[in-house]
Design a protein around this ligand. Structure first.
Ligand code: 13P
Length: 249
């Protein structure tokens, strides 16, 4: 039977600087070797060149944290997929809850960004997740299904090339993690939805994100439909990030 691919991606968010990045990458690359799963770092746009140069020849792939839905033009502050390609970017996070919450990104915007990335050969990591109020109102599966459906509808056949990340909003940066059972239940629903888009889509990784760390990663990653992680805070510490990568292998 074909194995699903696994991926552990760090999301550095708006953290770091030239010196801090160099030290973090030194630590990660010293211990990374030839990991059993895919590994990526999604870094702030100004540091793409720095990180591209440092990870060359290593198993660490380069990712961006966002991408414009547009190819070029009068979009001040935006970064296009074509620009990311110039720096060897393999992954772009789209629809992170912080973008949805603080930058008003809608399901339609997220879908357009996913398409813009794919059209340039960049794999979008499509984030979905419910707020605490939505979970308490038993709306979790309805919310994540709606978020994913917008992307799947827009992408059509190309949906077989996306990565999905389930990130419960209430678990992000809070130290509160979904229990392995809570996460697995949502991942299974997302898997079924991907399967409706085709067999190839169902084989794509579904990552868990939200306070995943060195201590809880193994339990989460042991779940049948959790194929990796999207790691915030713990990706800023080389030893913790490497421990998660090891747990995914
Ligand atoms: P934390 O791991 O810091 O909770 O962040 C998760 C996240 O938002 C990754 O994209």
């Amino acid at each position: 039977m074909q194995q699903r691919k696994k991926l552990v991606a760090g999301n550095w968010k708006m953290n770091g600087g030239l010196a801090a990045n160099a030290a973090l990458l030194d630590g990660v690359l010293a211990g990374l070797g030839a990991p059993a799963c895919g590994v990526a770092a999604c870094v702030p746009a100004p540091y793409l060149a720095q990180v591209q140069a440092r990870v060359a020849g290593s198993a660490l792939a380069l990712g961006a944290q966002d991408v414009s839905a547009f190819a070029s033009g009068a979009y001040t502050g935006e970064v296009s997929a074509g620009m990311l390609v110039d720096f060897g970017v393999a992954y772009a996070i789209v629809g992170h809850s912080e973008r949805r919450q603080y930058h008003g990104e809608t399901d339609a915007t997220v879908a357009a960004k996913a398409l813009a990335a794919l059209d340039k050969g960049i794999t979008p990591i499509v984030c979905v997740g419910e707020t605490l109020a939505e979970r308490e109102a038993d709306q979790t599966v309805a919310v994540v299904s709606r978020q994913l459906a917008a992307v799947l509808t827009k992408l059509g056949d190309k949906a077989a090339a996306i990565v999905v990340a389930y990130e419960p909003v209430w678990a992000i940066g809070t130290g509160r993690t979904a229990s392995p059972e809570q996460a697995q239940a949502v991942h299974a629903a997302l898997r079924a939805q991907l399967a409706e888009a085709g067999e190839a889509a169902a084989m794509q990784p579904i990552l868990y994100g939200g306070s995943m760390n060195a201590a809880n990663a193994a339990q989460l990653l042991a779940q049948a439909d959790i194929d990796g992680g999207l790691i915030g805070g713990a990706s800023l510490k080389a030893a913790d990030f490497l421990a998660i990568v090891a747990a995914a292998g």
